[in-house]
Design a binder for this molecule. Structure first.
Ligand code: NAD
Length: 242
């Protein structure tokens, strides 16, 4: 019940899906959670969290936000975006947008919050990657897989540089998780049932993951139970990449 007592947590993309599940779980475990998202209406649904509208594409807003909060113990970079298609479907604008939202956002958030963690000698940064990254090539996930692979390199570099200063940095690599955006993507195919069956068919466990299951891994990485863990990529995918 109290695995996060005394910890201050910032989460991006916390309005729905995995970010929301993590925000509410961390709060239930005693953390002071500042849940952020671009969508203020979805933030209003969160239980037991402080909320703050934040667009992770807005560099100035990120700096201002970090000055308002002061040092935090945990930064969970969860906001992300899925571009659908191959390299031939990905023009420069789409490439840039995917990189900005999935990678540059983390660069900005870590630059803003890492100095506070170094000052207190305590920090856990958790970056949301995916199995669709350097771990596995997934069809029609060109820009997505490219950016999520970059997140792994980013995570390892930050972990290596600050390992002696009390700051840990780890990545989570989920397989397919049933969240509102996945629901939207399945509806967008025009044939929800087939899209759902196709996602489930590639799962050796015969089911998709839940946001709660991913949040439990984030909780472990955020908590002191993971004090010896840094620079790692945690696959949580129901055996998809096995
Ligand atoms: P989601 O896609 O359902 O929700 C994403 C949230 O991010 C939304 O609340 C949205 O409003 C917010 N957001 C979008 N743009 C933003 C911006 N510019 N600034 C701030 N917030 C913004 O959530 P999800 O499916 O749980 O995915 C969360 C993370 O997990 C993403 O990084 C995603 O790539 C990753 N992931 C998801 C799956 C999956 O199958 N769902 C699998 C692997 C990795």
């Amino acid at each position: 019940m109290n695995r996060m007592l005394g910890k201050v947590v910032v989460i991006t993309g916390a309005g729905q899906g995995i970010g929301k599940a993590a925000a509410e779980l961390f709060a239930a475990e005693g953390a002071r959670v500042i849940a952020t998202d671009i969508n203020a209406a979805s933030l209003a649904q969160l239980e037991n969290c402080e909320t703050r509208q934040l667009d992770v594409l807005d560099a100035e807003a990120i700096v201002q936000f970090s000055q308002e909060t002061g040092p935090v113990n945990v930064l969970f970079n969860c906001a992300g975006y899925v571009h659908n298609g191959t390299i031939l479907d990905c023009d420069e604008k789409a490439w840039q947008f995917s990189f900005d939202i999935n990678v540059t956002s983390m660069y900005r958030m870590v630059r803003a919050f890492l100095p506070g963690m170094i000052t207190t000698g305590n920090g856990s940064i958790i970056n949301m990657s995916s199995v669709a990254s350097s771990i596995k090539g997934a069809p029609n996930r060109f820009a997505y897989g490219m950016t999520k692979a970059a997140v792994i390199g980013f995570t390892k570099a930050v972990a290596a540089d600050f390992v002696t200063q009390g700051v840990r940095c780890n990545a989570i690599c989920p397989g397919t998780v049933q969240t509102p955006s996945l629901e939207q993507r399945m509806h967008a195919t025009g044939d929800y049932d087939t899209a759902y069956k196709n996602f489930v068919a590639r799962q050796p466990m015969g089911r998709l993951g839940s946001a709660q299951e991913i949040a439990e891994l984030a909780l472990y990485l955020a908590s002191d139970a993971a004090a010896f863990t840094t620079g790692t990529t945690h696959i949580i995918d129901g055996g998809w990449s096995n």
